[in-house]
Design a protein around this ligand. Structure first.
Ligand code: SF4
Ligand code: SF4
Length: 107
């Protein structure tokens, strides 16, 4: 089990969650952030600080955003387990589910 970042983060990325994570497992992609499924220790600290309520416990992810579980997992397919997001900084790509979205900027 892990926490998942869903659609509300896309094009928002205010990064409040990063500061709360004790294990530095929230990674920054081009348009969204991603929680590393193996590095996350399920502490839940990130979830309440997200201003747009983008973070969900895996089982509580709303049905419409179930794909985001896969997106958070598959984003790391070729990164493996880097063991810390801050040393990588911005990763200039997104999972295809997110890359395919139209701009999500606030209206
Ligand atoms: S706090 Fe929410 S919107 Fe901000 S980066 Fe984290 S998941 Fe995205
Ligand atoms: S649940 Fe805890 S360990 Fe997992 S991403 Fe959120 S703050 Fe980090």
């Amino acid at each position: 089990m892990t926490y998942v970042i869903a659609q509300p983060c896309v094009d928002v990325k205010d990064k409040a969650c990063i500061e709360e994570c004790p294990v530095d497992c929230i990674y920054e992609g081009q348009r969204s952030l991603y929680i590393h499924p193996d590095e996350c220790v399920d502490c839940g600290a990130c979830e309440p600080v997200c201003p747009v309520e983008a973070i969900f416990y895996e089982d509580d992810t709303p049905e419409e955003w179930k794909d985001y579980y896969k997106a958070n997992v598959e984003f790391f397919d070729d990164l493996g387990s880097p063991g810390g997001a801050s040393k990588l900084g911005l990763i200039e790509r997104d999972h295809p589910v997110i890359a395919a979205l139209p701009p999500q900027a606030a209206e």
